[in-house]
Write a protein that binds this ligand. Structure first.
Ligand code: ATP
Ligand code: LTN
Length: 337
């Protein structure tokens, strides 16, 4: 065996978050926390999905500031530009270009069946735009452009991953193998963190109730207040059970934030009462996020550094994306420039 063939290429990991609302501890636990652990083993690419979020009307000045803040939060969480590619989706034009081509290999009926499309069109009845319908195709383009093997996301994105796989397989079958067929990577614990105010609903970035979600850069007092007000139930024993969704959700958060097992937390808090349990859970979140908030505040004072990191990330992403685009254009018979 030659030395070259001994050098195994690392698999590619791709994921992203839309810059809407706030980055919540749900996004952190369901997505970012898993990304952190993948940075050494894989070649990781993490985007700010700023084209996706245009499917909902944004105020331009606020939008620009929020996207920058999200980028700083990526870095503050420990995503490392020396290891991973960190960039804004809109800086790499190939995303839109591939999305257009993949549109021609995607059926309208498939898109109309998507749960997120149905939910979001009910929520934004006055603005059911083409982008909302086409959202999964742009997401497929994000993933397929980089020959991605693994996509770490929360459970709500599973259906979009399946469509990306279908589109890739369809294209590969019509022509010849062109795209790596990606797989979803969904962690066993924390793939669906619930709202602190309504434990049967997902904690959402754009929830209008400020007590429902905790931002990863909330100050300690705010975090404590939100946890103390978290909805539980009227049987004050701490157990992880389906009929105790509020308490189970807090146990999951507590466990992920401290690395302790649910069993050991149940043992400690079973009979302490909810007030102590909720306060200690809040404390654990405050301590885990303290360095994130500090680093975030420092980075937001250094916009030049943030812009440099984003520019380098986009440059590296573009090089990979361009290779896939050339391959795609050749296969479908476009005249190469
Ligand atoms: P929005 O409320 O604006 O639709 P969102 O909270 O669903 O946003 P996304 O940008 O859609 O956030 O998701 C970013 C990532 O975080 C995805 O991988 C998604 O699966 C994950 N995620 C979102 N909410 C949760 C949650 N409550 N629990 C676990 N993972 C989540
Ligand atoms: N739709 C995703 C965000 C997203 C994404 C991606 C996730 C956009 N492009 C590519 C994984 C891979 C969401 O979480 N709402």
């Amino acid at each position: 065996m030659t030395e070259q063939s001994n050098v195994e290429r690392k698999k590619i990991v791709y994921s992203g978050i839309q810059p809407t609302g706030i980055i919540t501890i749900g996004n952190y636990i369901g997505a970012i926390n898993n990304w952190l652990g993948m940075q050494d083993e894989y070649d990781c690419i993490f985007g700010i999905a700023d084209l996706h979020a245009l499917t909902v009307r944004q105020v331009p000045a606020e939008y620009r500031a929020r996207a920058t803040s999200f980028f700083a939060q990526y870095l503050a969480c420990g995503l490392d530009p020396e290891k991973s590619i960190l960039y804004f989706q809109s800086h790499v034009a190939e995303h839109s270009e591939l999305a257009w081509i993949l549109n021609c290999y995607t059926y309208v009926g498939e898109m109309q069946r998507m749960t997120q499309f149905k939910d979001k069109s009910a929520k934004h009845e006055d603005n059911v735009n083409m982008g909302l319908l086409d959202y999964p195709v742009l997401m497929a383009a994000d993933i397929l452009l980089y020959q991605t093997s693994l996509v770490p996301v929360g459970i709500d994105q599973k259906q979009h991953l399946e469509i990306a796989r279908d589109i890739a397989t369809r294209f590969n079958n019509i022509y010849s193998p062109t795209f790596t067929v990606p797989e979803a990577y969904i962690a066993k614990s924390g793939a669906k963190i619930a709202s602190l105010q309504n434990p049967s609903a997902k904690m959402s970035k754009s929830d209008p109730d400020p007590n429902a979600a905790v931002s990863i850069i909330d100050d300690p007092d705010t975090i404590m207040r939100k946890f103390k007000r978290a909805v539980t139930d009227c049987e004050p024993v701490v157990e992880y059970r389906e009929d105790k969704p509020g308490v189970s959700n807090l146990l999951t958060i507590f466990s992920v934030m401290t690395g302790r097992s649910i069993d050991s937390l149940v043992e400690e808090y079973h009979d302490t009462g909810y007030a102590k349990f909720k306060a200690d859970c809040g404390e654990a979140v405050v301590e885990k996020l303290r360095p994130v908030r500090e680093e975030y505040l420092r980075l937001m004072d250094d916009k030049k550094y943030l812009a440099d990191v984003a520019a380098k990330g986009a440059e590296r992403a573009r090089r990979i994306a361009a290779r896939t685009m050339t391959k795609v254009k050749k296969k479908i018979g476009l005249v190469l420039a």
